[in-house]
Design a protein around this ligand. Structure first.
Ligand code: FAD
Ligand code: NDP
Ligand SMILES: NCCS(=O)O
Length: 515
C-alpha cells in the first residue's frame, strides 16, 4: 500500500514506543490487526430506540443517533448492569479453535488463547464465534488497472481516521457505502476537491425522515414488512423506489442505484446532498483505470492531479483461528450457516457464529436474538433438522436473497423476517392477533409502530417485565433529546381551522360562480 507522504508515519513508530492508546481501541491511529477500526466522527446510522439491547433502553437524554464513544459507554454500562465483565477476558486473542478428539461424542472444543505473550488452552462445551465482519478490508486492487503506476497514495477506509491530513488535496473516494459517503463528506470540509466514485449507485437517505422522525422508526415496522411481502413484487418494488426517491430524485445527484428495487442496505447521510450542491463533492461513475497522476472513469472523463485515493470498498470476513476452515464455510461474502448461525455439518451442534448478518435492522438486537436461539440449541431445547434439511433451507434462503438483493452472495437479510424466524423458534415472537384481544393498544404499537427491540422481550423465555412500558415510552425517549426548548406561547397565529375556513369560503364562492 502506498503510504501517503502527508500522513505522518512517526505515529506508527510512536505506537511501538508507547503511543497513547485511545480509550477506545477502535480509534487508534493505526488499526490493530484483526480488529474493527472506525474513523473518529462515526455516528450510528440506527437510532437509539432501534439499536438498544432489548432489555436495556438507552438513557432518555441520549441523542437519537449516537457518537461511537457514547455507544462504547452504553455497551460498557450494559456489561456492568448485567455483571458480565467477570466473564470477559480482555487483551486475550483466540489463536486456535479445534474439535476435541472425542468431539463426535462430547461436542467439546479446545480453544487456545494468547495473552501477554502467554499461550493457554482450555476445553469448552460450546463456542460462540462473535468476531465481527467489518475487520478484514476488501481491497480489490485487481479491479483498478494502473493502480500500481499511480504516484499518489491510497489507503482503505479502515485506515482512515480524520480529514486534517488531506487539507488542500484532491482526493478520490471509491465506494458509495456508508463509509465512502461519510468520509467524502468529511474530507470535503478541508480537501481542495473530493470525487466520490460509485459502481452501482445507492439509495442515500437522511437519518431525519418524514416529520423529522428517525428513518428507521418509520420504515422498520411489521406493517411495512408485511406489505412488502404481501403485495405482488412489482408493486412492492414500485412503492419502494417511490419511497426512496420521495425526498429528492437520486438521478439528479448521480446517486441512482442501478437496481433500485434491491433492498440492499441504504446509505444514511444527512450532508452529502449539500456537499454535492456546493460542488465540493463530485459524484463519478466507476473507475476504469489509474494513471501516474490521474484517473480515467468509465464515462471517459479524466481527473488530473489526484493526490490520494481512499478505497471505501467494504470488508470481507474470515476465521483464521479455525483449525478446520471447512467448519465455517464462507466464500464470496456468504457463509453456509443454518439460520445464519450454525455450521450445518457438525456432528454435535455446539458452535454458533453470531453477527454474520447485515440488515436494515441493528446489529445489537440481532445478535441478542441470535444468542438466545443458539443457547436453546446448545441446551437441546431447539432441535435442529437433519443436515440435508438444513442445507436445503440454506439454499432456499439464498434464492430469496436473489429476489430481494439481486445476489445470493450477501450477508444481507430482511430484518423483521429474520427476527421473526428466530423468535418463533424460541417461543418469543409476539402474537399480534392474540395481543389484539388482550392488549389492543400494544398490538397496534407492535404492528404499526417501529419494530423496536423491546418487542423481542415481550413474551416467552427471556421475557422482560419492562418491555411493554419501554414500547409505550419509546417516542418520549425519541423526542426528549431534541425538544430542548419550549416554544413561546403562540401570539398572532389564528387557529388553523379558522384560517382554513377563511380560505375555503372564497374558493367555494368562486366554484359556485364558475359552475
Ligand atoms: C463505521 C461503522 C459504523 C457502524 N454503524 C452501525 C450502526 O449505526 N448500527 C448498527 O447496528 N451497526 C453499525 N455498524 C455495524 C456494527 O458495528 C457491527 O455490525 C457490529 O460492531 C458487529 O458487532 P460484533 O460484535 O459482531 O463485531 P465487532 O464489533 O467487530 O466485534 C468483534 C470483536 O471480536 C474481537 N476479535 C476478533 N477476532 C478475535 C480473536 N481471534 N480473538 C479475540 N477477539 C477477537 C475483535 O477485537 C472485536 O472486539 C457499523 C460498522 C462500522 C464499520
Ligand atoms: N455511520 C454508520 O453507521 C456507518 C455504518 N457503516 C456500516 O459498516 C458496514 C461497512 O460499510 P462500508 O465500509 O461502506 O462498506 P459497504 O460494503 O457497505 O460498501 C462498499 C462500497 O464499495 C463498493 N465496492 C466494493 N467493491 C468494489 C469494486 N471492486 N469496485 C468498485 N466499487 C466497489 C461497493 O459498490 P457496489 O454498491 O457497486 O457494490 C459499495 O458501494 C456497513 O454495514 C455500513 O452500514 C459504515 C460506515 C458508517
Ligand atoms: N443497518 C445497521 C447495521 S450497519 O452495519 O450499519
Amino acid at each position: 500500500m502506498h503510504t501517503c507522504p502527508f500522513l505522518p508515519t512517526e505515529q506508527v513508530n510512536l505506537q511501538r514506543g508507547g503511543y497513547p492508546k485511545f480509550a477506545v481501541p477502535l480509534l487508534q491511529e493505526k488499526p490493530e490487526e484483526g480488529r474493527a477500526s472506525i474513523y473518529r466522527t462515526v455516528f450510528t446510522n440506527s437510532c437509539k430506540e432501534m439499536m438498544c439491547y432489548p432489555d436495556f433502553p438507552f438513557p432518555d437524554d441520549y441523542p437519537n443517533y449516537i457518537h461511537n464513544a457514547r455507544l462504547h459507554k452504553y455497551i460498557r454500562d450494559y456489561a456492568q448492569h448485567f455483571d458480565l465483565l467477570r466473564h470477559i477476558r480482555f487483551k486475550t486473542t483466540v489463536t486456535k479453535i479445534r474439535k476435541r478428539p472425542d468431539f463426535s461424542a462430547t461436542g467439546q472444543w479446545e480453544v487456545v488463547t494468547r495473552s501477554d505473550g502467554k499461550e493457554e488452552a482450555a476445553v469448552f462445551d460450546a463456542v460462540m464465534v462473535c468476531t465481527g465482519h467489518h475487520v478484514y478490508p476488501n481491497l480489490p486492487l485487481a479491479h483498478f488497472p494502473g493502480i500500481e503506476k499511480f504516484k499518489g497514495c491510497y489507503l482503505h477506509s479502515r485506515d482512515y481516521k480524520e480529514p486534517e491530513k488531506f487539507r488542500g488535496k484532491k482526493v478520490l473516494v471509491v465506494g458509495l457505502g456508508n463509509s465512502g459517503c461519510d468520509i467524502a463528506v468529511e474530507l470535503s470540509t478541508v480537501a481542495s476537491q473530493v470525487y466520490l466514485s460509485s459502481r452501482r449507485g445507492s439509495w442515500v437517505m437522511s437519518r431525519v425522515w418524514n416529520f423529522g422522525y428517525p428513518w428507521d422508526m418509520l420504515l422498520i415496522t411489521r406493517f411495512w414488512t408485511w406489505l412488502d411481502n404481501f403485495l405482488p413484487k412489482a408493486v412492492s418494488d414500485w412503492l419502494y423506489v417511490r419511497s426512496m426517491n420521495q425526498q429528492y430524485k437520486h438521478e439528479d445527484f448521480g446517486l441512482m442505484p442501478v437496481d433500485g428495487s434491491s433492498r440492499r442496505e441504504p446509505v444514511l447521510n444527512d450532508d452529502i446532498l449539500s456537499r454535492i450542491t456546493c460542488g465540493v463533492v463530485l459524484i463519478k461513475p466507476n473507475v476504469k483505470e489509474f494513471r501516474e497522476t490521474s484517473v480515467l472513469f468509465q464515462d471517459g472523463t479524466v481527473q488530473d492531479d489526484l493526490d490520494a485515493v481512499i478505497f471505501a470498498t467494504g470488508y470481507s470476513h474470515s476465521f483464521p483461528f479455525m483449525e478446520d476452515e471447512s467448519i465455517i464455510e464462507s466464500k464470496n461474502n456468504e457463509a453456509t450457516l443454518y439460520k445464519c448461525i450454525v455450521p450445518p455439518k457438525l456432528e454435535k451442534p455446539t458452535m454458533a457464529v453470531i453477527g454474520l448478518v447485515q440488515s436494515f435492522g441493528s446489529a445489537i438486537p440481532t445478535a441478542d436474538v441470535q444468542c438466545r436461539w443458539a443457547v436453546k440449541v446448545f441446551q437441546g431445547l431447539c432441535t435442529l433438522p437433519s443436515v440435508n434439511e438444513m442445507l436445503e433451507d440454506i439454499e432456499e434462503k439464498k434464492r430469496s436473497k436473489i429476489r430481494w438483493f439481486g445476489t445470493s452472495n450477501t450477508l444481507q437479510t430482511d430484518y423483521i423476517t429474520y427476527m421473526n424466524e428466530l423468535t418463533s423458534a424460541i417461543g418469543a415472537k409476539p402474537n399480534v392477533l392474540k395481543l389484539l384481544l388482550t392488549d389492543p393498544l400494544l398490538a397496534l404499537k407492535v404492528f404499526f409502530g417501529p419494530c423496536t427491540p423491546y418487542q423481542f422481550r415481550l413474551t416467552g423465555p427471556g421475557k422482560w417485565s419492562g418491555a411493554r412500558k419501554a414500547i409505550f415510552t419509546q417516542w418520549d425517549r425519541t423526542l426528549k433529546p431534541t425538544r430542548t426548548r419550549e416554544a413561546p406561547p403562540a401570539t398572532s397565529t389564528l387557529p388553523s381551522l379558522l384560517v382554513l375556513g377563511m380560505l375555503l369560503i372564497p374558493l367555494l364562492l368562486l366554484l359556485t360562480v364558475l359552475y
